[in-house]
Ligand binder design. Structure first.
Ligand code: DAH
Length: 358
């Protein structure tokens, strides 16, 4: 091969190696104009020069293909991952995907509001215990005076597992935080004998087989409250809830209204409404023009519920309530659709981040 052809291949090689080093897509060198020009030249050469020149061009192409193959192998040969190890141990810095730093996140609005609600009750002397996300028939129904086969059980649209508990009944994703009442009574009844009340709130996630719409979610949060002492009456219940609501809505002129209702675990049972904190009973979109908002269920704890925990209902009485957290928060901030909470939409969540971020 003559010098001129030799130089030509050498200079194209140099250019393509440079291109290879900087290209995002390494295979572009194989489709490059420079390489194509070399191949086109083969046909124009006299017979005796074709073979050596063709060999040199093929050699260059093979060299480039090799480089590409090596590069691809390096890319795919990531180290094995120990899925149980902390993230930082599994990947070196160069291969670590970019993550948002933790200080760009914020507490979910429901968690934020649940702690505000708990704080208000702590101030009134309540302690707190969290609910659980799987429970049994006895705690969901039996201990709360729902007899076997009672139609009130159907009001709770419960999700059940195929797995059975020790009584051969399906386990249950609790449909209300009341399923913690029996445990709280059992654990704290020794206080009553010392002359101290049982005063506990129970925040927790609850589940129902609901048709989901702007007002109903299959997964939602409740806060249960339970208070037992001697000489407790329904006036104590109403005053406690009114005090809470005035504090939560930061309003001193909230009026409350009760209507008779039915729950197997309270007697009497009440549905508790408050005057709309947005329109002062004038009627607005939040209260569907009625001036009142039905908020929660409550009542005096049924003697059977106390007896199930071996508390004497002659000596001690109590009240309890269960309030939906989403409902409270929706009212407080004028949120129109309950599904926003579980949606994971940043545009929704960012509105509640106190510090402002991202
Ligand atoms: N558990 C009821 C529900 O989810 C609400 C409720 C009503 C709770 C009365 C109570 C109560 O503690 O006393 O519908």
């Amino acid at each position: 091969m003559n010098q001129e052809l030799d130089n030509m291949v050498a200079s194209v090689r140099e250019q393509l190696l440079k291109q290879f080093a900087s290209a995002e897509d390494k295979t572009t060198v194989l489709r490059s104009n420079e390489l194509r020009t070399l191949y086109a030249r083969i046909a124009q050469l006299p017979n005796d020069q074709r073979a050596p020149f063709g060999n040199a061009v093929n050699k260059l192409k093979a060299e480039l293909s090799d480089l590409i193959r090596q590069h691809n192998e390096q890319e795919s040969a990531l180290p094995a991952i120990d899925v149980s190890a902390p993230f930082a141990l599994n990947s070196d810095k160069a291969h670590r995907p970019k993550l948002l730093s933790a200080d760009l996140g914020s507490v979910h609005p429901l968690s934020e509001e649940i702690s505000k609600i708990c704080d208000i009750f702590y101030g009134m002397g309540f302690s707190m215990v969290e609910s659980r996300e799987i429970d049994d028939d006895w705690h969901m129904f039996g201990s709360l005076n729902f007899p076997e086969g009672h139609p009130a059980r159907d009001d709770y649209d419960t999700f059940m597992t195929k797995q059975l508990d020790k009584d051969n009944k399906p386990l249950i994703a609790p449909a209300h935080t009341s399923s913690m009442q029996h445990r709280v009574l059992l654990k704290n009844k020794h206080l009553l004998d010392k002359g101290q009340p049982i005063a506990t709130i129970i925040p927790g996630r609850t589940f129902r087989n609901e048709d989901v719409d702007p007002r109903h979610e299959h997964t939602f949060n409740q806060i249960e409250g339970i208070y037992v002492n001697s000489q407790v009456n329904i006036g104590n219940l109403i005053a406690t809830l009114k005090t809470f609501l005035e504090s939560y809505f930061n309003s001193s002129n909230i009026e409350v209204k009760t209507q008779p209702f039915y729950f197997p675990f309270t007697e009497p049972s009440l549905e508790f409404s408050l005057s709309c904190p947005f329109c002062n009973k004038q009627g607005c979109s939040v209260c569907s023009q009625s001036g009142w908002i039905e908020l929660l269920g409550c009542g005096m704890i049924h003697p059977q519920v106390l007896r199930a925990a071996k508390i004497d209902p002659i000596k001690f009485q109590g009240f309890a309530w269960g309030v939906g957290v989403e409902r409270l928060v929706m009212m407080k901030y004028g949120i129109e659709d309950i599904r926003h909470f579980e949606s994971g939409k940043l545009s929704f969540l960012r509105q509640f981040s106190a510090g402002g971020y991202l």
